[in-house]
Each structure stands twice: as structure tokens, then as C-alpha cells.
Design a protein around this ligand. Structure first.
Ligand code: SF4
Length: 425
């Protein structure tokens, strides 16, 4: 099979994995003729980092053969799809060629499981080793880790990769048992814990210790061992099982807390050809995935606990309004907040105020009293914010109105042929 055909099959097979945004790694480049590649800059873009930066990765599988039979996966052993497998040198060459043509900034490599987890993981790690050690490749590398692989292989993967990820796959161990019977939920969490220890150790070794006295000559410190500087992430499939949003967010909160993951990616289940019975026939609404990302953002940056975000009794996030607005409408007794006196934590809960605008408001009110004009200057959406705050110059704005939710709900809009696409996370 020629390389182009392999590329078509194995790039297509990788598209179901959402967890490949390249954020948070160390800056490296090849300025001065040292090595090849860079973790900065942009080429042809396929993905968006959480900070909104557009990044491009060659996103492929080493192979779409797999000895496992996860029911939701197009690459499962019982699936009737074209199969292909790259050699290690082919992946290395493709990465270098695409990089030199300025098509990519790095590589995202995953794989079906061939023969055994160790056999597969060895090959995935070898691709990264050859790129780093033999070609001095300094671009971004994200390796998908096979949880059942040996600890030694996980440790080697972290030496070459910027980011490692292990897919938790499904929100509950019961769903994993039913839909991915060969996967071992315990092994997934064990491997996440191992990665966390390696990442913490590398960070601790890189952090200078504070001297208690002033030595005349600073002691030489050995260079800290490198281990996945962009941390670890995971992906959860949404809508393949009956888990509600509350249990999805509970699982995410546990993963963030226990393993300090950088990101949990939510991937709406897409129905696959020859799907197993018991799987839904239709994909969940894409807006559900979007609301989960918004709720995830609230947990990580806005101080919300996972168990206060989903208020409805059915355990699902509202689809028609964002989760922060839904929370504020359900907790009107906590508003309005005084923009000049409220603590940061409460300002972050005001619909329409983001982390950056809250910082600017706090900076401004340190020197003078905030007025309503300051909100316009900071481009804060007044219609959303005013019902929930008090600030000199603003009239009271109907916090108790029965139709407040209807007023603030985004109006449906007919798409135009000439609408520009907006970025996504
Ligand atoms: S192990 Fe991965 S590639 Fe194999 S069937 Fe399961 S999800 Fe698909």
C-alpha cells in the first residue's frame, strides 16, 4: 500500500480523537541552525489551543488495526474498515516533510493496539525517540499512551513527548465495562497516577530550592529531567452511554483533582458504520459538548464546584443558555453584587464578566470608584451584566423580572452564506 493511501486511512481514523490541543509546553525553537522544528508559531491549522491559539499537528494513528473491540470505536477488531499500518520511519519522514513544508507544528500520534499494549507502545515511543534524538526535532509531540503498557515505557514516552494523554473513554466504570470490555479502568487510573508522579518529580527537580543562607558561589544544579512538560490530558466520549452531565462533570472533577490533568476533552459520540446494538443511533446535540466545555471552564477558572453547576433535576446542563447564566438565574438571592465592593470570587460569578474583565475591574477600583461607563470602556456586555450588579450610574435592571431568562437567552439567528466561521476550543 503506498504512503498516500496509508496517510488517508490513518489520518481519517485519528479524527475521532479530540484531545490534541498543543498548549502549555516549554518554548523551543531551532534558531541558529540548531535542530529542526519549533513549539511556537503557526502553520496550517487543524486545532485550537485552550488559549485560542491556532495550532497545527500531523494527527495520525500508527495503525488502525486493533485487537480490542470497544463498541463505540470505528477501529475495533470487528469493524469492517480498510486497515493500514505505518512503519516507524514512515511516520518520522512524514513529520519532518510536513514540518519542512510549514504544514504542521508538531505530531499527535495514537494507535490501535497491535499484538499487545507493550508491543504497540514501544513503537509509538520509538517514533518520538527517533524524531528527538536522531533528527533533533524540537516541535511539539503529543503521544497517546496505552494505559496497560509497562511503567518503563510510560517513563520513556514522557522523556520525548510534550504532552501525554490517556483516554478515560467513558464517564463511569460501568459504561467502560459494557462498551469497552477489554479496557481496564483501574489500569487507566493507575497509569494516570504514574504520569502525575513523573510530572511532579520533573517539576520539583526543575524548581530551585530557596537558600537559607547566601553562599558565595551558587551550587551547580544538574539539569532537571524532562517529562511531558505540557502535562497530561484525557478524553471522554459524550452520548455513547446514558451518563448525564452531572456524572460527566463529577468524573472530570475527580480527574483534575486526583491526577492534576491539564485538560479533559469532551468528544460527542459519532455514530459509526456497523455500530453495535445498544449504541445510540444519533449523535448527541453538539451544543451539549459545548456546554460541557463551558462548565469545565467554570470549574477550572471561575471557582465553581462541579456539584453546583448542574442544577436541573434531570442532571443535564441547559442547552439554551450557558451554565454560568443558568446558575445566576437559579441563585438570584446572591445578586445584585456591588461592583465596587464584591470579592473577586463573586465578580467571577456575574454573567458576562470574564476572568480578564474582572481583573481589569479590580485594578481600576483600587484607584477610584467604578462607574457604569467603565463597563462600556472594558467592552463588557451591559445587557447581560446590569441585572446582576449595582454600580453608580446604572439603573436597577429587572433582576426579579419573570422574563429575565427570556431576555438574556441568545436569540436564534438565521445563518447567512456569508457568516465567517468562529473559532472553537
Ligand atoms: S483500544 Fe482504542 S483503537 Fe482499539 S478498539 Fe478500543 S478505542 Fe478503538
Amino acid at each position: 500500500m503506498d504512503l498516500n493511501r496509508k496517510l488517508a486511512i490513518l489520518a481519517d481514523a485519528a479524527k475521532y480523537d479530540a484531545s490534541c490541543a498543543s498548549s502549555g509546553t516549554h518554548k523551543r525553537d531551532s534558531v541558529g541552525g540548531r535542530g529542526i522544528g519549533s513549539t511556537e508559531g503557526a502553520g496550517i491549522c487543524h486545532s485550537y489551543a485552550p488559549d485560542g491559539r491556532c495550532i497545527s499537528l500531523l494527527k495520525i494513528l500508527l495503525t488502525n488495526y486493533c485487537v480490542y473491540d470497544c463498541l463505540y470505536c470505528i477501529n475495533r477488531v470487528s469493524s469492517n474498515v480498510d486497515r493500514a499500518r505505518f512503519r516507524i520511519d514512515e511516520v518520522v519522514q512524514l513529520t519532518l516533510d510536513f514540518y519542512r513544508r510549514n504544514c504542521i507544528e508538531g505530531l499527535f500520534l495514537s494507535s490501535g493496539i497491535i499484538r499487545s499494549p507493550d508491543y504497540t507502545m514501544e513503537r509509538v515511543v520509538e517514533v518520538a525517540r527517533v524524531l528527538r534524538e536522531e533528527h533533533d526535532f524540537r516541535g511539539y509531540i503529543h503521544l497517546k499512551t496505552i494505559p496497560e503498557a509497562s511503567e518503563e515505557l510510560l517513563a520513556r514516552a514522557g522523556r520525548y513527548a510534550d504532552r501525554l494523554s490517556i483516554n478515560v473513554e467513558l464517564p463511569t466504570s460501568e459504561s467502560l465495562r459494557v462498551l469497552a470490555p477489554e479496557k481496564d479502568g483501574q489500569a487507566i487510573r493507575r497509569s494516570m497516577a504514574r504520569l502525575r508522579i513523573h510530572i511532579d518529580d520533573a517539576k520539583a527537580a526543575a524548581t530551585p530550592t530557596v537558600a537559607t543562607s547566601q553562599p558565595r558561589v551558587a551550587p551547580k544544579r544538574a539539569r532537571a529531567p524532562r517529562f511531558a512538560p505540557a502535562g497530561q490530558s484525557t478524553q471522554m466520549i459524550v452520548g455513547a452511554d446514558a451518563s448525564d452531565d452531572r456524572s460527566i462533570l463529577t468524573t472530570s472533577a475527580t480527574l483534575y483533582g486526583a491526577y492534576r490533568l491539564k485538560r479533559v476533552y469532551y468528544s460527542a459520540f459519532s455514530p459509526i458504520p456497523d455500530a453495535a446494538r445498544g449504541l445510540p443511533l444519533a449523535a448527541p446535540p453538539l451544543v451539549r459538548e459545548h456546554r460541557l466545555y463551558q462548565a469545565d471552564w467554570l470549574m477550572r477558572f471561575y471557582g465553581f464546584a462541579h456539584d453546583e453547576i448542574v442544577g436541573a433535576s434531570d442532571g443535564m446542563l441547559a442547552l439554551d443558555i450557558d451554565p454560568k447564566l443558568a446558575w445566576a438565574l437559579a441563585h438570584r438571592e446572591k445578586f445584585p453584587v456591588d461592583l465596587n465592593r464584591a470579592p473577586r470570587e463573586m465578580l467571577l460569578r456575574v454573567p458576562g464578566l470574564g476572568v480578564t474583565s474582572v481583573k481589569r475591574l479590580l485594578d481600576t477600583r483600587r484607584i477610584r470608584t467604578l462607574r457604569v461607563d467603565d463597563l462600556s470602556r472594558l467592552k463588557v456586555p451591559l445587557k447581560n451584566v446590569l441585572p446582576f450588579i449595582t454600580v453608580p450610574g446604572a439603573a436597577r435592571n429587572g433582576l426579579d423580572d419573570a422574563n429575565l431568562a427570556a431576555r438574556l437567552r441568545p436569540q436564534p439567528r438565521q445563518l447567512s452564506l456569508f457568516d465567517l466561521p468562529v473559532g472553537h476550543g
